[in-house]
Design a protein around this ligand. Structure first.
Ligand code: C2E
Ligand code: CA
Ligand code: CA
Length: 764
């Protein structure tokens, strides 16, 4: 028995060690490869920018010359004379000398004849260029302005050159001719040679159709041929014209290469930078042979183990192998996890610094994911995460990197980037993808994302700083209701630091009596009389002025201060209502957190006892975010038994409004302002309002429409059968003294009405 145990244990230990070593090597190799990929991509980007710039400066010279041609006064037959003049000749000579890489500049007339040149040699016989590709293209294609020719070898000098030609038109748009520059391609080859660091590196400048314009180090054999063999992935990728990485066997040296492609920004062509896969693997060849040998031994070991019936040893070995993968990946989405992400971010940061390129870090967070989990269950939540991961991944390039770094948090490294528009383009694409609801467990669920962005070149000196900036931007995006994404800027305050300061100030606000309640009248539509008021809290900050509740209630909730603040609101509102001339209702908002940190029944009871207000005047407003646990339902039922009413606030804005409504016998539904606002021009809003009122009638509940601002809305709501209306049209929320006066007026008006028996409006 003990020998058996020792054998199995020793096999297990050695096997696990071997597996560990093998995985370590494989992982090292994968890391090398990712690093090589991003280095190649970065180099391609850098060279693309330089090449584009070099072509741009030549084009600027041509433009400048064209700018001096008096196109307005020139007819086609006068162009020849103008071009041949001494003044024009001087211009052309000056222009061709302005850049080293320009060998000559010629003016060609509409018939294809050279009529002016920077060339010092005199021309005796007319030279026609009607056979050149640029003349043919520019004289026939009306929409074409610029043409990049295939490369030519000048027999006399052996120089490889290229023509960059621009069309010249008169002011009426007629074709006058062409200005063409002959460019020395060795200029580009010299730029590329500077970068030929490693042995197998190759750099190619190609035209959109695949023709090689410049090649380092094999200019002689490659230039003029196509970079791809027909019908290969390389041909398709070049036709696609977007940056990518691809593996391809080069026809030039017959070697398998990892190729980074980067199209030029302003010219029909691109840069390809490549290294042989063999070189990338070189340092690892010995190791990979070792791995193969080890794997062979392992197979024997596992077979022996299986033969011996030691199943548990076999499972143990396999588990050891998978644990290494698991520690760096997320099982649900198969994406890299936070650990791998942090490493990758560091690597990308260093690589970008080395190559002088830029990248963006995007942090993405699902909105209200907790609500989704609570309402639909964790299975649905998991499915949503997978759907989102898939949609995000589909929007990325191969050079980008994505990880799931938390429950509902993703991170993207967008690399390389060439300016902000590229980032916003990606964000727009992501947001467009998220507009489609996710269908999980047969339900369509809308999922929103908040995105915070930091840019490597400006928003952090280290990867840690960059991460912090992106995080601050994400927080800003989350707290900005109009914007689902934010780019970090140095003025952006860390809202968490701000929140901590707010929390401190809020604590003393209650003691310093800085909180006050305002009251907004609610109109009963059946009787046209005032039904009651909703109490709305405000913070009269000693320096910042009046702070609206949405700016401090969340902080109060997070810090638990909502407990004592909520108690104060209940007592203050009930006491104030007792001072009114009419026994109107008072509606008070309850936060979901109050149900967690307080005995809500006891708090309400205390407020009623202190104020002496009868319970039937009290209405408690809760939103769907109050989880209707058995305990919460019991509390609400006891409050109802006491005589208070319960309203469902902000109806229609939550995830499961309908099922929520049926889970408790509410007395009243408050239709959210967004539907009232949409009423006049959205048939959807009208339909929702109608359906809600119908449903409320069926369930014997009343309805209050919120946010009524126009007569039109009020009339429509009357017609639709709403029970009450609340909004600026009727009255804005007002402080304690004003509401008392307001109610006194209403009371007087009602008195007069009764006295005169005339039905005029009681309030307005
Ligand atoms: P709510 O419960 O939906 O309150 C209605 C909000 O709509 C109030 O904003 C009110 O001033 C505003 N409002 C009323 N009529 C109109 C209108 O015609 N047009 C527009 N545009 N707005 C109108 P307020 O006072 O800023 O309160 C915002 C939210 O803060 C409330 O939404 C509620 O969720 C929360 N809140 C306010 N007071 C309290 C409180 O005492 N306790 C708790 N827990 N939450 C409160
Ligand atoms: Ca409310
Ligand atoms: Ca509301």
């Amino acid at each position: 028995m003990s020998a058996y145990l020792i054998i199995s244990l020793s096999i297990f230990v050695s096997a696990a060690a071997v597996i560990g070593a093998a995985l370590f090597i494989v992982r090292g190799f994968t890391n090398d490869l990712t690093r090589a990929e991003s280095d190649l991509a970065n180099l391609a980007l850098a060279l693309q920018e330089r090449t584009d710039g070099a072509l741009q400066s030549i084009e600027n010279v041509l433009r400048d010359v064209v700018g001096r041609i008096p196109q307005a006064s020139l007819k086609a037959d006068e162009f020849d004379r103008f071009a041949a003049s001494n003044a024009t000749k001087a211009t052309l000579v000056g222009a061709s000398h302005s850049l080293d890489q320009i060998i000559r500049i010629d003016l060609v007339n509409a018939q294809g004849r050279i009529v002016g040149s920077s060339n010092p040699h005199l021309i005796f016989d007319p030279i026609y260029l009607t056979d050149t590709s640029y003349y043919r293209a520019l004289s026939t294609d009306t929409s074409l302005i610029l043409y990049l020719s295939e490369p030519i070898r000048i027999r006399a000098t052996g120089k490889r050159v290229l023509s960059l030609a621009r069309k010249i038109k008169d002011t009426e748009g007629n074709f006058l001719g062409v200005i063409v520059s002959t460019i020395d391609l060795s200029h580009f080859e010299r730029i590329y040679e500077d970068h030929l660091g490693t042995r197998s590196l190759a750099i190619t400048l190609y035209r959109r159709d695949g023709i090689i314009l410049a090649h380092s180090p094999n200019a002689k054999s490659a230039v003029g041929h196509r970079i791809w063999k027909p019908n290969t992935p390389l041909q398709r990728m070049i036709a696609k014209n977007s940056p990518t990485l691809i593996r391809d066997v080069s026809w030039i040296d017959k070697k398998e290469r990892l190729v980074a492609l980067y199209p030029l920004a302003n010219y029909p062509g691109g840069i390809a930078v490549s290294r042989t896969v063999a070189e990338l693997m070189a340092g690892r060849r010995l190791e990979s042979r070792l791995i193969r040998f080890i794997a062979y031994l392992m197979d024997i070991a596992i077979d022996t183990v299986s033969l011996l019936g030691l199943k548990h040893v076999r499972t143990g070995i396999l588990r050891a192998a998978s644990e290494s993968y698991l520690s760096r990946h997320d099982i649900l989405t198969k994406l890299p996890n936070r650990l791998l992400f942090t490493e990758e971010l560091k690597r990308t940061f260093l690589a970008a610094q080395r190559s002088g390129t830029d990248f963006a870090l995007l942090l993405l967070d699902l909105n209200r994911f907790k609500d989704i989990n609570d309402n639909y269950g964790h299975v649905a939540g998991d499915e949503i995460i997978q759907v989102v991961a898939r949609r995000l991944r589909e929007r990325l390039r191969r050079s980008d990197f994505i990880a799931r770094i938390g429950g509902d948090e993703f991170a993207i490294i967008q690399r390389p980037i060439r300016g902000r528009p590229q980032i916003t383009d990606l964000i727009m694409a992501i947001q467009a993808a998220m507009k489609v609801p996710c269908t999980v467990v047969n339900t369509e669920i809308d999922v929103g994302l908040s995105i915070g962005v930091a840019i490597a070149s400006s928003d952090g000196k280290t990867s840690t700083e960059l991460m912090r900036s992106a995080d601050i931007a994400l927080y800003a995006a989350k707290s900005d209701s109009n914007n689902s994404y934010r780019l970090y800027d140095a003025n952006m305050k860390d809202s968490r630091t701000e929140r901590r300061a707010l929390e401190g100030a809020l604590k003393s606000a209650l003691e310093n009596r800085e909180l006050e309640l305002h009251y907004q009248p609610i109109l009963d539509l059946a009787t046209n009389q005032m039904w009651g008021c909703e109490a709305l809290v405000r913070w009269k900050h000693p320096t910042k002025g009046m702070i609206p509740p949405l700016q401090f209630i969340p902080t109060a909730e997070e810090s638990g201060l909502i407990g004592p603040i909520g108690d104060w609101i209940l007592e203050e509102a009930c006491s104030t209502a007792m001072t009114w001339d009419l026994p109107l209702k008072v509606a008070i908002n309850l936060s979901p957190v109050q149900f967690k940190c307080r005995d809500v029944f006891a708090s309400v009871n205390k407020a009623l006892n202190i104020s002496g207000m009868p319970a039937h005047r009290l209405v408690l407003e809760i939103t769907e975010s109050v989880k209707l646990t058995d305990e919460a339902s019991a509390t609400l039922k006891r409050l109802k038994a006491l005589g208070a009413s319960i309203s469902l606030d902000d109806f229609g804005t939550g995830y499961a409004s309908m099922s929520y409504l049926r889970s408790f016998p509410f007395d009243k539904i408050k239709i959210d302002q967004s539907f009232v606002r949409g009423m006049t021009d959205s048939s959807d809003s009208r339909a929702i309002i109608k359906a809600t009122i119908g449903l409320a009638n069926d369930l014997k509940m009343s309805t209050t429409a919120e946010g009524v601002e126009t007569e039109e809305q009020l009339n429509a709501l009357r017609l639709a059968g709403a029970s009450q209306a609340q909004g600026y049209l009727i009255a804005k929320p007002m402080p304690r003294e004003s509401i008392a006066a307001f109610i006194a007026d209403v009371q007087r008006a009602q008195q007069n009405n009764r006295d005169e028996q005339s039905p005029t409006r009681a309030i307005a």
